[in-house]
Design a protein around this ligand. Structure first.
Ligand code: ADP
Length: 486
């Protein structure tokens, strides 16, 4: 056998093997369908025939098959064309199959989602026929059939038809009568493209919101009740307030009248006692003078108390507007301290005023004077014989401070805020209840507020006290003044 017939033999065996393999390949194998397998087997079969013919010819056995080789080769071209065509058809079929599969899976997923949605979802037409209903919606349909054979109860049907005809619609609440009871549904609708068809269809989603609506109604009811109650209570409070105001005014008028009525006879008592003490009507013995002095002192104290009560009864409005004018504060303070020296001397308390006479500031001298007089009177009253009281003035850039300092009994830290409240007095151990009614500091505080001044106390029990009036300069003072004069 020569080399050429050997090559032919190898070709023959190869093609034959391929041919057998092709025939044995199952048609289910991926991308080898029956439409591809047999044309391929035929094409390889032709190659087997050509190589067999060549082997026989080159081996010198026979050339009988040679005459058919041309036919075979002519067949080969359409067969290859057919195979290529089949191949692309097979690919298209496979692509179409996988697309169908993906669509099926997607559809199944969507159906699952729609079916498990907590809202009812349905496709309905304008006549109320139901074409599709998910699990939730099926609770409301009468028939369990599919397609338009499903129908709704009358109440919900009405609502769905309205939703289909007015679609698009978003969460519109409608009352629906079901089994004789009113229920509320929230409906949304999206129109479907009906193409050529004249039937109008829409996807309608709905939810039973009866409980929500009921609790909203309840809340609304509560709110209205509450508003009514608030209105009623406000009305009652306003009436009460008016009554209180009226009572307060009556009380203040009464207090002022009573205080005024007390002052007149008290002043007479004091006046007549003074005349008796001067011995104008005739001489007094020692005992009579002593007794009359008690009457005079007590009468004076009583007058002081009545004045305090009268002052307090006048209240804010009673103080009148503050009138700030430039004054020499040192001068004002000296004029306040001088008359009080007599009382201080009676109690054997030293008093001094260390106030520079050139401190010009804008203030309401009467009201500030009243504050300082009260503070100095207290300082003398709560300092034992042998002690001292000092009124001093500190002029700074931002403020001027008037201080009334004593080395008297002092005030317990726990009481230092309370003493500014009306009718609050502090009892010190081993001492008599202080004379007075506990209004002096309350009046001082009120006046300082009116003037826009600060009032503070620094005190150590047993060592003494300092009351300081802070008079601000500049805008702060203007603000206080403005408030005070309004
Ligand atoms: P009153 O002097 O009429 O008692 P105040 O309002 O002036 O009322 O004072 C209230 C209380 O504050 C006084 O009772 C007293 O206990 C205390 N207090 C006031 N000033 C001083 C002071 N300089 N030293 C000690 N205690 C004072």
């Amino acid at each position: 056998m020569n080399a050429i017939s050997l090559v032919d033999l190898v070709g023959l065996i190869g093609f034959l093997g391929a041919f057998i393999l092709m025939l044995l390949t199952p048609v289910r194998a991926r991308s080898v369908g029956s439409g591809l397998k047999y044309p391929l087997a035929a094409a390889i079969g032709l190659l087997v025939f050509v190589s067999l013919s060549n082997v026989l010819e080159h081996a010198g056995v026979t050339t009988a098959l040679d005459a058919y080789e041309d036919y075979v080769e002519v067949l080969f071209v359409p067969l290859i064309a057919y195979i290529l065509f089949s191949r692309s058809t097979v690919e298209q079929l496979a692509a179409a199959r996988s697309a169908r599969e993906a669509t099926r899976r997607e559809h199944a997923l969507l159906m699952n989602v729609v079916d498990t949605a907590p809202a009812g979802v349905m496709v309905a037409d304008q006549d109320g026929a139901i074409w599709f209903a998910n699990g939730e919606a099926r609770q409301f349909v009468d028939a369990t059939g599919e397609g338009a054979s499903m129908s709704l109860g009358e109440g919900l049907r009405h609502a769905v038809v309205r939703a289909v005809t007015t679609a698009p619609m978003r969460m519109t609440r409608v009352p629906v009568e079901i089994d004789g009871a009113e229920r509320w549904f929230s409906l949304s609708a999206t129109p479907l493209d009906s193409g050529e068809s004249r039937v109008r269809q829409a996807v309608v989603a709905f939810q039973d919101v009866s409980e929500q609506v009921a609790s909203e109604h309840e809340l609304e009811q509560y709110r209205e009740d509450l508003e009514m109650q608030v209105d009623r209570r406000t009305g009652e409070l306003l009436t009460l307030n008016r009554q209180l105001e009226a009572a307060n005014q009556t009380g203040q008028r009464l207090l002022a009248n009573v205080s005024h009525e007390l002052r007149t006879p008290l002043n007479s008592i004091l006046g007549f006692t003074e005349i008796l003490l001067k011995e104008t009507p005739g001489p007094l013995n020692d005992e009579q003078r002593r007794q009359l002095s008690f009457v005079h002192t007590s009468g004076g104290q009583l007058l002081g108390m009545v004045d305090s009560v009268l002052e307090m009864a006048r209240g804010d409005a009673g103080h009148g507007a503050a009138v700030h004018v430039p004054v020499d504060l040192g001068e004002v303070l000296s004029q306040i301290v001088t008359p009080l020296e007599v009382i201080a001397a009676e109690r054997e308390v030293a008093i001094r005023c260390t106030c520079p006479q050139t401190s010009i500031i804008e203030t309401d001298a009467d009201k500030l004077g009243q504050v300082v007089r009260n503070l100095v009177t207290n300082a003398i009253k709560f300092t034992d014989p042998g002690g001292s009281v000092e009124v001093s003035l500190e002029v700074g850039d931002a403020e001027t401070i008037v201080r009334v300092t004593d080395d008297g009994i002092g005030i317990d830290p726990a009481d230092q805020e309370r003493i500014f409240e009306a009718f609050k007095q502090v009892m010190s151990e081993g001492r008599l209840r202080p004379s007075g009614v506990g209004l002096g500091l309350a009046i001082c505080k009120e006046l300082c507020d009116l003037l826009g001044y600060g009032l503070e106390v620094l005190s150590v029990p047993g060592e003494g006290s300092t009351f300081a009036v802070h008079i601000p300069h500049g805008p702060e003072a203007d603000a206080g003044r403005h408030e005070g004069t309004e």
